[in-house]
Write a protein that binds this ligand. Structure first.
Ligand code: HSE
Length: 430
């Protein structure tokens, strides 16, 4: 086996620039475990502005910068390509070119994996090259390798994640300081948590991509993006956040992939987390993944979901995995080898408690009419909190478990009835 593996980087920004730092910091440990030395030869950058801080950093590590992708992709001495450019194109074409040239590939690109993962995994297998992507989900938290290795023996009941730091930071501001949505977003942008365009963060799309990848690792099912129910945090009112708190819950943007017994259900939405649930304590920009499983019961993985060094640490763990695959002569074995036929649960098999906020005229008899109507449609009340606002009252309800089909029927009836204003409806996790 080679004593040195040469690495080419596609991108050398916030994430990429941490890779040489981690390699230098843990050089002896990595050399002993991997049995090889990793040398970053070249990095593809948008413009080689030699005065910028990142370029100076590249220079310190002896990395040659180039603005031409072929300098990396067609360099026969480069064994491994690390893609940290983000987005779909040209990242996808570059990865395919690298694999077709027999190079091993590491990526942190969740958008690409969620939308084209199976195609790239198949190409890597065909070309007998390694393809790893630990950094694509929850940055520094080693959740993918934990699912394929440490939890390989366990039957996963659900994986619930706070997998977007921006929205978790915003919701923390809204919960702890009563900040409005707009103020919380401006602060997240000022601190640099939000992507340059925060649409994918606040709309739940970034979290959705990560849940697609987690569903594959938990259940061996290749769920497509349009099979995931999604709601972001746009439009979430501070009144709902406050009422949830009074009822004993913290609102979090939760990604869930769960085995209903009749297929899996994958969803991203703001949900009510009981204040004593471990996920409720995950504050600010931190990420966490809670795995409910048959054997272990509950285990939680917590840490930074983004940032230069945490994400680079996950990428370097992938480099070591490639060296280990070479030693074990198993190059081309996919990161996750578990596969099952896809089965998506229907609404009738998805059961949960729900939170409802309903505006109702504050007249004698109206509230009992509403609760009577809901009871008649199968709602049992776990908690009720009435908030009066002059001639209006808001009834905040936590139901006992209901199936999603029944809930949709109730929501339709409420929307059609002019006496009531359906203000919000959120799922309650257990
Ligand atoms: N914008 C993402 C987040 C970065 O806020 O978590 C990591 O995907």
């Amino acid at each position: 086996m080679k004593k040195q593996l040469n690495v080419g980087m596609l991108g050398f920004g916030v994430v990429g620039s941490g890779v040489p730092q981690i390699l230098a910091e843990s050089a002896e440990k990595i050399r002993q475990i991997a049995g090889v030395e990793f040398v970053i030869k070249k990095a593809l950058v948008r413009s080689a502005d030699e005065t910028s801080e990142l370029m100076k950093r590249a220079g310190r590590y002896g990395i040659e910068l180039t603005t031409k992708a072929e300098d990396v992709l067609e360099d026969g001495e480069i064994d491994v390509v690390i893609e940290v450019m983000g987005k779909i194109e040209p990242a996808k074409s570059f990865i395919k070119r690298a694999m077709n040239a027999g190079k091993h590939v590491i990526t942190a690109n969740k958008d690409l994996l969620a939308q084209h993962g199976p195609e790239l995994v198949a190409l890597a297998k065909k070309q007998q090259t390694a393809f790893y992507y630990e950094a694509s989900v929850a940055g520094g938290i080693p959740i993918l390798r934990t699912l394929v290795n440490s939890l390989a023996a366990d039957r996963i009941e659900s994986v619930m994640g706070i997998v977007n730091g921006t929205t978790n930071y915003m919701l923390t501001q809204m919960t702890q300081l009563g900040a409005s949505y707009d103020t919380a977003l401006a602060e997240a942008q000022r601190l640099g948590f939000a992507e340059s365009d925060p649409t994918n963060d606040v709309s739940g799309l970034d979290a959705l991509y990560k849940m697609v990848i987690l569903s594959d690792f938990a259940y061996g099912m290749e769920v497509s993006v349009d099979e995931v129910a999604r709601r972001g945090i746009e439009g979430l009112s501070t009144d709902v956040v406050k009422a949830s708190e009074e009822l004993g819950f913290i609102v979090k943007l939760i990604g869930i992939t769960e085995d209903t017994g009749h297929g899996i259900h994958v969803e991203v939405a703001p949900m009510l987390v009981p204040a004593d649930h471990p996920l409720a304590s995950v504050a600010n920009e931190n990420n966490s993944v809670f795995v409910k499983s048959f054997g272990i019961n509950g285990s939680m993985y917590y840490g930074p979901g983004a940032g230069t060094l945490p994400t680079a640490t996950s990428i370097v763990s992938d480099l070591i995995a490639i060296a280990e695959d070479m030693k074990a002569d198993r190059l081309g074995t996919p990161f996750n080898v578990y596969h099952m036929p896809k089965k998506i649960a229907d609404d009738a098999s998805i059961t949960s408690r729900f939170f409802l906020a309903i505006g109702v005229p504050n007249n004698k008899g109206q509230l009992s009419a509403l609760t009577g109507m809901l009871s008649g449609m199968g709602v049992e009340f776990d908690q009720l909190l009435q908030k009066n606002q002059g001639e209006q009252a808001v009834l905040n309800i936590v139901t006992y478990p209901l199936d999603l089909k029944t809930l949709r029927n109730i929501l339709n009836v409420l929307s059609d009835d002019e006496a009531y204003i359906l203000l919000d409806c959120l799922r309650v996790i257990e």
